[in-house]
Design a protein around this ligand. Sequence first.
Ligand code: MGD
Ligand code: MGD
Ligand code: SF4
Ligand code: MO
Length: 883
Amino acid sequence: MTQSVSTTCPYCGVGCGVLATTHKDGSISVKGDSAHPANFGRLCSKGSALADTVDLEGRLLHPYINGQQSSWDDALNAVADGFQKVINEHGPDAVAFYVSGQLLTEDYYVANKLMKGFIGSGNIDTNSRLCMSSAVAGYKRAFGADAVPCNYEDLEQADLIVIEGSNTAWCHPVVFQRIVKAKEDRPELKIVVIDPRKTATCEIADLHLPLKSGSDTTLFNGLLHYLKQHNHIDSGFVEHHTDGFTAAIAAAQQSSGTSEQVAQYCGLNQDDVNAFFHLFANTEKVVTLYSQGVNQSSSGTDNSNSIINCHLATGRIGKPAMGPFSITGQPNAMGGREVGGLSNQLAAHMDIDNPTHHDLVSRFWGTDSLTTSAGAKAVDMFNDVASGKIKAIWIMATNPVVTLPDADKVREALQACDLVVVSDCEQNTDTTACADILLPALAWGEKCGTVTNSERRISRQRNILPHPGEAEEDWWIISHVAQRLGFEQQFDYRSSAEIFREHAALSGYENKGARDFDISGLIELSDEQYDQLEPVQWPINARNPNGTERLFTDKRFFTASGKAQFIAIQPRSPVNAPNEAYPLILNTGRVRDQWHTMTRTARSAKLNGHIPEPFVEIHPADAKKWSVIEGALALIESQWGSVLARVQITDNQRQGSVFIPMHWNQQNASSSRVDTVVNPVVDPLSGQPESKHTPVSIRPYQAVWHGFILSRTPLPSINCQYWLQIKGEQFWRYELAGDTAINDSSAWAKQHLSSDGEWLEFSDNTSRRYRAGVIKNNQLESVIFIAPTHELPTRSWLSQLFAEKELSSEARTNLLAGKPGADQPDIGPLICACFGVGENTIKEAIACGDAKTVDDIGKQLKAGTNCGSCIPELKKLLYATAK
Ligand SMILES: Nc1nc2c(c(=O)[nH]1)N[C@H]1C(S)=C(S)[C@@H](COP(=O)(O)OP(=O)(O)OC[C@H]3O[C@@H](n4cnc5c(=O)[nH]c(N)nc54)[C@H](O)[C@@H]3O)O[C@H]1N2
Ligand SMILES: Nc1nc2c(c(=O)[nH]1)N[C@H]1C(S)=C(S)[C@@H](COP(=O)(O)OP(=O)(O)OC[C@H]3O[C@@H](n4cnc5c(=O)[nH]c(N)nc54)[C@H](O)[C@@H]3O)O[C@H]1N2
Ligand code: SF4
Ligand SMILES: [Mo]
């Protein structure tokens, strides 16, 4: 019997609806939910590969105390006793929770209620601090509330979309596809991309502004000044519905000057700057879509307000197809904001320092211990752990040893901390390695609750898989600890529906339209109605029983005056400037097919195929200057730490800066945890780290040998300086390099690979090359290639051989050459993850004239016809071949 469930994708903030089906054999398959208004049936490569990620290999399935499996009862007692002891001896501010936008709203609500309401400390912060907090602070300054005005349809209906600091094509692929479709339907829709790098998103840009890192406020101040100078101000709106215009204009005028000066400061071409200003000024329907290039900056909050200022000045807000749209990263970043997961918020969008809110929440929760002060923000929280001020920390659904800046310090802080509790789904992560107590949480497909996406749309996650081992819902775990801390009645939850109703009730409690977050329309949901809840956008209340598409249509804001606030912006440079020792700027971010620290996406061989290895992108002139070579390894170093990465030389990169992805960590690479390098500088208002701007140096990594292993079974351990482990389709791939010579390569190989089977070997001591293949039962078991340089055969053809039931005699003959005979194909690096189509295959189709468009490639090879995430790359290949 098969069973289908409609649920939501657990990755990005687009919040796509997923139809998941379980089959007789227990396996599942997924497809996009055509009824879900976020995606209407589309899924990107990550969503499409969800079924590959649900196996239980490596899952944390039982509680552990100090490395020993324990019962739930013992583990919950140990957490409660440990926390209670610290609270008794050092007060409530000596404990902390560090939580995540990947918790469901119900989990998040309970965690926040426990820390702020009953333990009585503000010390609960979330990884959304690293992600959204500047956008939140910007909205709050401008609108008096953390209210995202827009929705995805606004993007489709706009005539201009300004994409600032967002690689939408890779990070919000389904929103990107909706924009692509809108542009196909209405070519007059113009796209401007503002990003120091030329990204896949630039494929649809009419104009790309590769501005100098950290110069966004000057650009937008310049735009505001231009709007004033050229009479594009909506004076009626400004006069009646805003405050602070004069000061904002004065600051803009004084700091930006002419478009020539703006261009010079931002490192842009003046014509491009003028074209952007002209386009913005003369297009009514403008949405500015922004994410981490804007938020992860020491001017993150000012960046947000410099955008909002331009929308307020032109009255382009609260109307269809217009507005400043901060797109959320995690699946429930928005839900976390609703429940008050940030250490400086209360709950239901209320403020800790507002006495009316404090009183209201105290009465609603029935507590007299509600915190009166904000807690530590993420970076400070870990500093407080390091200094011993915080003595017990509970980390849920986040991997801070990988993702916080100055990450080695974070690890040291946790190692020295008296009590570290980690709730996760995975047994082995860089953070679980630091835990005293490990608590097993249910994962996507198993857990049940709600999430809110970028456009304020609440959707259900529903379970389709049984609870594995002893894993439990996060809200269950937190509630049981709360009960043991003495709060039995307040945390006597039996279901996520019950928690949701309480959360809804708090949002409506004495609200009367004064607070933006109001889902009082859902208070009365029965368990059954909650189970069947359809996606709906908040506010949902008596006035808007079916939800609200767009905010501020009545031009009323949540400030004391009811007016939106302009903020006068004085541009500041990033805190740490490049210098002689560290002359380059390190920018960090994401790749298409991996999710953060890879705990789930790296389970999928398909997803690993796209970009298998951590890389550093560098401009050709810089590569020359610092003597680094395409395909070789480089050492990138800052004042805080160092990493190794494979060099990719490209003029997509601005001169003077390099880019490294954030995903790799100690579980799958020896030395590629980029946050060890990233500076712990934060925005003074939001506390969000400046993850996109760290001064670094780069130099070649002087390896004396390079190599790779492909093996049908994973290797227990590898003894060399640089190693990287990637799961492939029926094999594991290891990239290797070392700075001490291997004396006897054959012995080294036999020490690492299982020696039974037939060994084919080639060894040349003079050139220090060694190659071997092991064949067992006529199938390829493993190959190893070692050479003095990084120039080794491509891995793609050898990888393909693991899928062969029987190794052909041609393959056997060519095995140690590492490349196929003339008549055998080598698909090259993977481009289309869904159908396993490689670059060589696509290039061949283009070269022989058969494929002239993306559609042609799709018809012939299927590439790009499922999730469409690779279409920007197909276009790039078509373009490169046409040149
Ligand atoms: N594939 C994938 N998708 C994801 C995620 C993932 O891990 N993998 N994570 C999700 C999460 S949590 C988030 S927050 C989002 C993030 O989504 P994005 O914000 O789109 O992703 P990033 O790659 O972090 O950064 C975006 C861009 O900011 C640019 N940038 C750097 N410095 C500056 C600057 O000074 N000014 C401007 N204007 N731009 C700059 C970078 O070059 C980069 O291209 O993605 C979500 N989606
Ligand atoms: N250099 C640099 N650093 C960055 C960024 C950057 O752009 N550059 N981006 C920042 C941003 S925007 C973000 S959002 C963060 C993300 O960083 P993290 O949140 O630290 O990364 P994840 O890998 O998503 O970690 C989620 C963890 O929760 C576990 N998990 C998944 N589902 C559940 C669940 O239901 N319950 C529990 N208990 N555990 C679960 C996963 O196994 C995983 O270990 O990284 C930040 N760090
Ligand atoms: S765009 Fe992709 S990752 Fe984001 S929610 Fe949709 S399917 Fe998931
Ligand atoms: Mo994020």
